[in-house]
Design a protein around this ligand. Structure first.
Ligand code: 5AD
Ligand code: SF4
Length: 458
């Protein structure tokens, strides 16, 4: 690659993101790192000089998708005369780096989630065909320090990573192995990033972390205090002008402290939505999962959260067919769902992951049983989701406008409870918080009419 002949803006990068919001954030940051090297995003791999697959290792299905995608990219690379650079990033890269390179020689680079700041140097090495193709060392702090401090905002909502990794070691989960030990960013760094986003018109930030409510970042330099909790961080970020909405995801029941719960009631920017995965409603299974709490302790947390913010939308993740799960255990999960009443939830069949304790446990549940349980659970969750959405019909709700609709005179946005809202109203409202009267609801969205635009404090 000669920079003399190739104008700096002539290179295209295509990043395909799998899995969680952490990966969505990481893909944005990779784009930031690559921009100064002249890489501009393109919308298909055919037009790209560099293709990055940002992968997910959480379940087997997610991992297998990566290998089939790599097969297609290999053919594209051959078609391009070998000019395309293929990089595999994310959690599959971390867990199976050597295997990826063995199974798919067309891959030029493999880099784990803690190595994204090294992407430019790796591309340079690969283009000279020298040095290592594999970078999967753990050094989260170095990653955060080395990534560019400024970011280009992409619309009025943004993710902001505050914490990475996990020390909980749930027996089914690969995250502690792929993302490493829990680590929080210093409050000053987070504040800087949040201010820069606000200055570009971002109104809603979602604080991200694998275990976000375990956050314990260094307090601001001038305070001389001990590490801050997530509740303290939220109250601090709420003071930034322009930041009207704050969310955080994903939380663990064990780290749901009273101050964070209180912030749901006393901090107006805190949105009434809480994703608090429980995985199972059976104490026996929760114990085998190493979750560190019982079903009733979870119910008690929800009671406290609802006392602080009665309007909250609850969300969760569930796994059915964990080893040893009986019909009775599964019924306990169904009962917990009936008791809590979720606005939205994600449910999965247990997928044994190599290297995790549960993969070796006795009592693996047959696929057919997992299928039946998943269908029953998803039916119940769907009913609750529709009922929750329908409960908004007739209400006037504040909607952060995220863009124009497909047809003229239509726009879309997000409700405080994370629902997509489509409404009739003038265009060019993007970035404003407007009042919309809800007239209809479906499983995945609300629709309504603009009542008025609000005066927004900047
Ligand atoms: N099998 C099935 N689901 C899993 N999850 C994590 N590991 C597994 C696994 N081995 C689910 C959990 C978690 C979500 C991100 O993915 O519900 O909360
Ligand atoms: Fe995985 Fe459990 Fe950590 Fe969540 S808390 S990332 S499920 S180990």
């Amino acid at each position: 690659m000669s920079s003399a002949e190739t104008p700096k803006t002539a290179k295209g990068v295509f990043i395909k993101t799998y899995g969680c919001q952490m990966n969505v954030y990481d893909s944005e940051r990779m784009r930031d790192v690559l921009r100064p090297l002249g890489y501009a995003p393109v919308d298909s791999p055919e037009n790209a000089d560099l293709v990055v697959l940002n992968t997910c290792h959480i379940r087997e299905k997610a991992t297998e998708k990566v290998y089939s995608e790599l097969g297609q990219l290999k053919r594209m690379k051959e078609g391009s005369g070998g000019k395309m650079t293929i990089a595999v990033a994310g959690c599959v890269a971390q867990a199976e780096g050597e295997e990826i390179m063995r199974r798919q020689p067309a891959v030029d680079l493999v880099l784990g989630p803690q190595a994204y700041h090294k992407l430019p140097e790796m591309i340079a090495r690969a283009s000279r065909a020298v040095g290592d193709r594999l970078e999967t060392e753990f050094d989260t702090l170095e990653k955060f320090d080395a990534l560019p401090k400024t970011r280009e905002a992409d619309g009025p909502t943004a993710f902001l990573s505050v914490q990475e990794g996990c020390d909980k070691f749930c027996t089914f989960c690969v995250v502690p192995y792929t993302r490493g030990a829990e680590l929080s960013r210093p409050v000053d760094d987070i504040t800087l990033e949040a201010r820069a986003l606000a200055a570009q018109g971002v109104r809603e930030i979602s604080l991200l972390g694998q275990n976000v409510n375990a956050f314990h970042g260094a307090s601001p330099a001038l305070t001389n205090e001990t590490d801050w909790t997530l509740g303290q961080l939220v109250r601090h970020l709420a003071k930034i002008g322009g930041i009207e909405r704050i969310r955080y995801t994903t939380s663990h029941p064990r780290d749901m402290d009273d101050d964070l719960i209180a912030a749901h009631g006393d901090t107006p920017q805190m949105q009434p939505f809480l994703h608090l995965p429980v995985q199972s409603g059976s104490d026996r299974i929760l114990k085998a999962m190493n979750r560190g709490h019982t079903a009733d302790e979870y119910r008690e947390i929800i009671r406290k959260v609802r006392a602080a913010q009665p309007d909250i939308a609850m969300a969760s993740d569930f796994i059915v067919g964990f080893p040893g799960e009986s019909d009775e255990d599964f019924e306990a999960t169904m009962q917990l769902v009936r008791d809590v009443n979720y606005a939205i939830a994600y449910s999965f069949k247990y997928s044994p992951r190599p290297g995790t304790p549960a993969a070796e446990m006795f009592g693996q549940v047959p696929e057919e049983v997992k299928d039946v349980r998943l269908q029953a659970l998803q039916k119940l969750l769907r009913e609750q989701q529709i009922a929750f959405n329908e409960s908004k019909i007739g209400q006037t709700v504040p909607v952060l406008v995220t863009g124009r609709g497909r047809r003229e005179g239509q726009a879309h946005g997000r409700s405080p409870w994370m629902q997509a809202v489509h409404f009739n109203g003038p265009e060019n409202l993007t970035g404003e918080i407007v009042d919309v009267k809800i007239t209809d609801a479906s499983l995945n969205s609300l629709s309504g009419d603009l009542v008025r635009t609000r005066e927004v404090a900047l």
